[in-house]
Design a protein around this ligand. Structure first.
Ligand code: HEC
Length: 258
């Protein structure tokens, strides 16, 4: 073995050791890569999945988690769940929103309108903590970007609840989840088989509901994804055509030089 290959060999060995050490230190299980419809160069959001995902969020997660970046009218914008304007009106009207003050200086409740923001389940952080054993359910508007592993991690978290390993003590109000750093999370498994009733005939398995709600959360965090990919694709076509033109004009220019 010459000196160079010895050097490369020892570098590889060190890298391998470092990776092993890092894995042993981070005790959270690594999430599996999911085949999202929005992955890859041509990936798009699956409209039906987005709609089902909205249903899961609003019927399950919204009792604890806010999504402060969303307004009801976003649900009809292109590239999203694309509910019709009439559907969005009906969705918003199902919520009660505080408005005011009126002419007497009083606040009053009214049905929601498309321009209103998603309704927060708790009036403030303290109330949210008090209702959740001291833990704060984070706002989910940007959660797929806020966590390393993104959508794969959230999917793994939602589907990954298990019994704690033998000998691990769980304090009241904590649940074992190998994907959470430390293995303990203050959120009980939020999804159970058939918890929501899908109207499009899809089976409401924990996996399906998780896939749908994470698709919805990813759209909330990245509503411009489809537009960005379309632009990227057009740029690619442009560059290809441009490179082709350049190639043929260069050939002509250089043709008489030989
Ligand atoms: C009963 C209340 C409750 C419901 C319902 C609920 N959660 Fe949670 N969630 C919590 C609390 C409390 C935490 C904070 C846990 C912690 O910090 O240990 C949390 C944390 C999370 C986190 C962050 C995990 C992390 O890495 O820090 C995500 C993501 C999440 N919830 C998603 C969801 C989704 C999606 C749903 C609906 C399918 C849902 N939750 C339903 C209470 C709830």
């Amino acid at each position: 073995m010459n000196r160079l290959s010895a050097l490369v060999f020892s570098a590889l060995l060190t890298a391998g050791l470092l990776i092993t050490v890092a894995e042993a230190a981070g005790d959270a299980k690594h999430p599996e890569a999911i085949d999202w419809s929005f992955k890859g160069l041509f990936g798009m959001y699956d409209r039906d999945s987005l709609r089902r995902g909205y249903k899961v969020y609003t019927e399950v997660c919204a009792s604890c988690h806010s999504m402060n970046q969303l307004r009801f009218r976003n649900l009809s914008q292109s590239g999203g769940p694309e509910f019709t304007a009439t559907e969005v009106k009906a969705i918003a009207a199902d919520f009660t929103v505080e408005d005011g003050p009126d002419d007497y200086g009083d606040m009053f409740d009214r049905p929601g309108l498309p321009k209103d923001g998603f309704v927060n389940p708790f009036p403030n952080v303290q109330a949210a903590r008090a209702a959740n054993g001291g833990a704060y359910p984070p706002d989910l508007s940007l959660i797929t970007k806020a966590r390393s592993g993104g959508p794969d991690y959230i999917y793994a978290l939602l589907t990954g609840y298990e019994d704690p390993p033998l000998g691990m003590k769980m304090r009241d109000g904590l649940y074992y989840n190998p994907y959470m750093a430390g293995g303990k999370i203050a959120m009980a498994a939020p999804l159970l088989e058939d918890l929501v009733e899908y109207t499009d005939g899809s089976a409401a398995s924990v996996e399906q509901m998780s896939y749908d709600v994470v698709t919805f959360l990813n759209w909330a965090a990245e509503p411009e994804l489809e537009e960005r990919k379309q632009t990227g694709f057009m740029v690619l076509i442009y560059l290809t055509v441009f490179a082709g033109l350049l190639f043929f004009s260069m050939r002509r220019i250089w043709a008489d030089k030989h």
